[in-house]
Design a protein around this ligand. Structure first.
Ligand code: PLP
Length: 420
């Protein structure tokens, strides 16, 4: 018996109920190129999702693909734990020369394991080890990953509940704008830290996203981030910026915190680092924080050499020629901003974003998933963001063309109208 319209697919019969994206996009994808995906039935989809921020340079980017194919054909090392390899050396040298040095960033580089949550776990561990304290401050609607330490600094109640054990040693504080204009910036955290009766033990660190990608596209103001850094310095807490979704050029600059003029003590990067959708993550920190013992944080897949190869190719192709990439992303972001301003449907209460990450917020709960579903039927992949099913997140590849951006917005507009 072959699978067909009336026969449940292997995805339904064998794959766990935990599967999620495939439910919202019920087709079987087969090929992908630049900003397009194709299913096995030959339908074409314009991609405004970009692998949740892992495909900033598009699907199967030809420059990265060539580098990868050449490396495989030469029998380059694929798996190497954290052995020194030519691919790792080329990546480290490129990262230092193309990213760190021009930005005057003093960081050491750690390979924590291939996923974002691996980087977050290592950042939390390191901060606690350095400071000898347990609490870490995180923010409302934050998302930092699904392993226990990362969940403990994540806001989403549904995801937190999945832990099945208490998520401890963290303190959640309001993100920028969470309390509207009622409380001046950081007053609550500052007040608690200053008050011996507050019950707040001095935290080791604060972990923050400059734009909350999963938590509703909440954009922190530059002055809020600067004040947070200043508070961290004053109170001897480490500042961790989780740049897993917003880094690698998503907001314009390579690191999303550059615009605010801050230098976090620890930075986590993953998603679009390899540029090709291959798993890879980094934890960056000030050299004086490098108190690890050899092997104290390890993992089998820290040396994903094919990812080093595509990451190096991406740095060379997109980040060596000054601010070209940044300018292009900002220009596309302005196009998106302008189009959303011109054609704002009645039930859209607000939209917000930076660079090429935007959130469109609807008045009514449940509206976002209806729009996303209709957009899929019309050939556009977009996702929701946040907890109340009110926000549609636009996350196209940074290499998308102006015409494709316009096309996607046209489809989105139609999806909104069709579901009104
Ligand atoms: N941190 C942020 C800001 C993220 O957006 C994500 C994933 O969406 C993660 C951490 C977790 O990354 P991963 O899913 O690779 O573990």
């Amino acid at each position: 018996m072959t699978e067909g319209r009336d026969v449940p697919s292997v995805f339904e019969t064998l794959e766990s109920e935990v599967r999620s994206y495939c439910r919202g996009w019920p087709t079987v994808f087969d090929r992908a190129h630049d900003s397009r995906m194709y299913d096995e039935g030959g339908h074409e989809y314009l991609d405004f999702f970009a692998g949740a921020g892992s495909l900033n340079y598009g699907h199967n980017n030809p420059v990265l693909k060539r580098a990868l194919i050449d490396y495989i054909e030469q029998d380059g090392v694929t798996h190497g734990l954290d052995m020194s390899t030519t691919a790792k050396r080329a990546f480290l040298e490129s990262f230092r020369n193309v990213i760190l040095r021009p930005r005057d960033l003093p960081y050491k580089v750690m390979f924590p394991g291939p996923t974002g949550t691996n980087a977050v776990e290592s950042a939390l561990k390191l901060a606690r080890k350095v400071k000898g304290r347990e609490p870490v401050v995180s923010f409302t609607n934050a998302f930092h990953g699904m392993s226990l330490g990362s969940l403990a600094v994540t806001g989403n109640a549904f995801k937190r509940a999945g832990a099945g054990i208490p998520l401890a040693h963290t303190v959640l504080m309001p993100y920028d704008g969470y309390l509207g204009d009622q409380v001046p910036d950081h007053l609550l955290l500052e007040g608690l830290l200053a008050d011996d009766g507050s019950g707040l033990d001095t935290p080791a660190a604060v972990i923050v996203e400059t734009v909350q990608g999963e938590g509703g596209i909440n954009v922190a103001r530059a002055e809020w981030l600067r004040a947070l850094q200043e508070l961290c310095h004053r109170k001897d807490m480490l500042l961790i910026v989780d740049d897993i979704q917003m880094g690698c050029g998503r907001t314009g600059a390579f690191f999303s915190f550059e615009e605010a003029g801050i230098t976090p003590d620890i930075v986590t990067v993953s998603k679009s680092l390899s540029g090709y959708g291959l798993p890879m993550a980094l934890t960056l920190f000030r050299p004086e924080l490098d108190v690890w013992e050899p092997g104290e944080h390890s993992g089998t897949f820290r040396g994903n050499n094919p990812a080093f190869v595509t990451a190096t190719a991406a740095l060379q192709a997109y980040w060596t020629n000054g601010p070209v990439m940044e300018k292009q992303t900002r220009a596309l972001g302005e196009q998106l901003d302008g189009a959303l301003a011109d054609e704002r449907p009645q039930d859209v209460t607000t939209y917000r974003g930076r660079g090429l990450v935007w959130g469109v917020e609807f008045r009514h709960e449940g509206r976002a998933s209806a729009v996303v579903r209709r957009a899929f039927d019309l050939g556009l992949l977009v996702e929701t963001s946040g907890t109340r099913d009110r926000i549609v997140k636009l996350l196209p590849a940074l290499t998308i063309t102006r015409d494709e951006l316009e096309e996607g917005l046209r489809i989105l507009g139609r999806a909104v109208r069709d579901t009104a």
